[in-house]
Ligand binder design. Structure first.
Ligand code: BTN
Length: 318
């Protein structure tokens, strides 16, 4: 059996939260106890929080719900969603980008662990096994790149609405498309696009949601962050897929207009002092929501300027 297959089997066994001795696991896998020790060390490197009690055995710090195709289909409005679950992957976005000619609109890839998860502005997206959601959807815009302007705003609104409905928590948005809970980042969206001029635009929408990431891993992340603390990952995948397909189709036909009021109502920073980071430059002002194109409205010296573009980030002023 290949190494990852064995490690995944071990995760499945431990996922019920029970305590398993090294001896019984060694028997189950037909390997030595030393080999089991190595498997456990490997799972810890993947970011899984495993307790070991002398004389008793190994257990997870809490039960782990794993992604499951049947559950997702049963929980979706449409039984015919095209999606794949790949437990261990480099990046769900990269996986879809690599297969664009073979994909149909709305195809989804989800993973338990990403070895090269990526975020906006070239940053790494820390992706430990099982405790978060790593989700990507493919879409094709026949009208080309111009038709995708504002897409990330429509996606942000859709994700915020779904997470608010499922978790009953006061989830907010930060321009251009981060999700905030308790004034900290809880999820991020990375929209990647390929197109030759005058051609269709192919888009991969990547969504990373912190669900119950152990706090001991927080030192790898550079911004204050929060967990959604929502257990049912399969429900999340089903609801996000239903809502994204519906709302992206709406965006494609009618544009951004219908998403703006919800975005402005859920804006975490409207009326607050913020910093805009652009390369090495940082400017201070007040956030004033977004305009009809999805540009950030930013007030400085009593004048409001509209900012647009992938290389700008907004931060709380100190
Ligand atoms: C951000 O920087 O806030 C965006 C983070 C996007 C992360 C997600 S996780 C699933 C998908 N695959 C990736 O490699 N990145 C996105």
């Amino acid at each position: 059996m290949k190494k990852n297959t064995q490690l995944l089997k071990l995760i499945h066994i431990l996922s019920d939260g029970g305590v398993y001795s090294g001896e019984e696991l060694a028997k189950e896998f037909n390997v030595s106890r030393m080999a089991i020790n190595k498997y456990i060390a490997n799972l810890r490197l993947w970011g899984i929080d495993i307790q070991s009690a002398r004389g008793k055995g190994y257990s997870l710090s809490s039960k782990l719900e794993l992604l499951d195709e049947q559950s997702i289909r049963a929980l979706s409005r449409a039984a015919d969603h095209s999606f794949e679950i790949i437990p261990i992957i480099d990046s769900t976005n990269q996986h879809l980008l690599n297969q664009i000619p073979n994909l149909q609109k709305g195809h989804v890839c989800v993973a338990e662990y990403q070895t090269k998860g990526r975020g906006r502005r070239g940053r790494q997206w820390y992706s430990p096994f099982g405790s978060n959601l790593y989700y990507s959807m493919y879409w094709k815009f026949d009208e080309g790149v111009a038709a995708t302007i504002g897409l990330s705003i429509a996606v942000g609104v859709t994700v915020a609405e779904q997470l608010r409905k499922l978790s009953q928590q006061d989830i907010k948005l930060k321009w251009p498309n981060d999700l905030y809970l308790n004034d900290k980042k809880m999820a991020g969206i990375l929209v990647e696009l390929t197109s030759k001029s005058g051609d269709d635009a192919h888009v991969v929408i990547g969504i990373g949601i912190n669900l119950k990431m152990p706090q001991f891993q927080s030192d790898v992340i550079t911004q204050p962050w929060e967990n959604l603390m929502f257990e049912d990952k399969n429900q999340l995948v089903a609801s996000l897929t239903d809502a994204l397909k519906e709302n992206i189709s709406h965006f494609e036909q009618k544009g951004l207009t219908d998403f703006i009021p919800t975005w402005n109502a859920l804006d975490n920073f409207t009326g607050r002092k913020v910093k805009l980071l652009m390369g090495d430059q940082a400017i201070e002002g007040t956030a004033r929501g977004i305009d009809e194109q999805g540009a950030l409205l930013f007030e400085q010296n009593n004048k409001i300027h509209a900012y647009m573009g992938g290389e700008i980030s907004l931060r709380k002023a100190d």
